[in-house]
Design a binder for this molecule. Structure first.
Ligand code: FES
Length: 383
């Protein structure tokens, strides 16, 4: 006997405690001796078995090696007995009984797979299936305003980008057009709006990924191309004009690549969490130079040369290029400059889609001849 037990027995018997005893005297707790469980004998599908009293017919059937389907039953819960998928036939009983909740009784004869049982289960399943369809439709209708709201918020900004960048959108054209129309002061507001939109779509589109596949009303617009163009314009601005770039451009870039990565992951695309600035990207220096030249021809005030700006631009683009290119390919987005390849489109499809700047007609120049026309085609950049 261990010392703590001896001490306890001394205290319980009212004996004087020995030195070191700390337990006060008192009655010894009496544990009830377990009574042996009665065994019940019954037959399941003609097979005799015995189960402990209190077992359900479902447990008895499993014990006998027969399968009984269940839907609302879980071993860890008290049977709720609502689906009636588990019904079995008990000899002498007028109605079918649910096996998950009905207790086994001595002498019962149970059939788990009779014609009557199968018919009843089929009816129950058909009824549940038809009700489920209605419930799903009701849920979808209930969610439509929420989903349409998310789609609508996205498309308002995508459509608004048409006048700022053309369609399909292209990063250098955003900056060129803003400069040509003397609207560079509105760029911070645009970046702030796209930062908010990026957070919005990161949340809504990763919760409902099929929102990503909902197309824009215009065939030349696609949200992923527009977002990529905005991020490219911000990265160009930061790398080419570090002294004058608005802080909103940096915030927009950061939120933008976080959103693109989240959405790529929601589509099962593997993207790096924290790429290095010198990791490879698909956009070449030649393509970048063409974009910078495009801005220069529009008269955009550049603080650095393309050669000096390239490492910074590369370091920013490495954060979102892979996610954006994969998403554009997966969604078969409209072919656009600086947006990677589309597996399901031919080279011809690329060449056919060119963003054009509308003529800037004025009373003194009704033909709009003074405006810088884009000389560069997007086809070369899109390849
Ligand atoms: S499993 Fe649903 S009533 Fe038995």
């Amino acid at each position: 006997m261990t010392e703590p037990t001896a001490r306890y027995l001394r205290a319980a018997a009212g004996q004087a405690p020995a030195a070191g005893d700390t337990i006060p005297p008192g009655p010894i707790p009496v544990f009830p001796t377990p009574t042996p469980q009665r065994q019940l004998r019954l037959t399941i599908n003609g097979r005799e078995i015995s189960v402990p009293e209190g077992s359900s017919l479902l447990q008895a059937a499993i014990e006998a090696g027969f399968e009984v389907p269940t839907l609302c039953y879980l071993e860890t819960l008290t049977p709720v007995n609502v689906c009636r998928v588990c019904v079995v036939e008990v000899e002498g009983s007028r109605t079918l009984v649910p096996a998950c909740s009905r207790k086994a009784e001595d002498g019962m004869a149970v059939k788990t797979d009779s014609e009557r049982v199968r018919l009843s289960r089929r009816l129950v399943l058909e009824f549940l299936a038809s009700a489920t369809g209605l419930i799903v439709v009701a849920l979808q209708i209930g969610y439509l305003p929420t989903l349409y709201g998310a789609y609508n918020r996205r498309e308002i900004l995508v459509t608004a980008l048409d006048s700022r960048a053309g369609a399909p959108a292209w990063g250098p054209e955003i900056l060129a057009r803003h400069h040509l129309s003397e609207a560079t002061a509105s760029l911070p507001a645009m970046y702030a709006a796209w930062e908010t939109l990026s957070a919005d779509i990161a949340e809504s589109h990763s919760s409902y990924p099929w929102l990503m596949g909902m197309r824009s009303p215009s065939p030349l617009n696609c949200w992923v191309i527009s977002l990529l163009a905005v991020l490219d314009s911000a990265a160009l601005y930061i790398s080419l004009c570090p002294a004058t770039v608005p802080t909103e451009a940096r915030q927009c870039l950061r939120m933008g690549f976080v959103a693109l990565r989240a959405l790529a992951r929601a589509m099962g695309i593997d993207v790096k969490d924290d790429p290095r600035p010198d990791d490879p990207i698909e956009l070449t220096f030649e393509q970048f130079t063409k974009g910078v030249e495009h801005m220069r021809r529009a008269g955009f005030p550049l603080e650095r040369s393309a050669e000096d700006a390239w490492p910074d631009f590369h370091g920013w683009r490495v954060n979102y290029e892979s996610a954006a290119y994969h998403l554009a390919d997966r969604l078969s987005a409209v072919p656009a400059a600086w947006s990677g390849k589309r597996k399901h489109m031919s080279k011809r499809d690329y060449v056919d889609v060119l963003a054009r700047r509308p003529r800037h007609r004025t009373p003194t120049d009704p033909e709009g001849k003074r405006v810088l026309e884009r000389q560069m085609t997007f086809s070369a950049d899109a390849e």
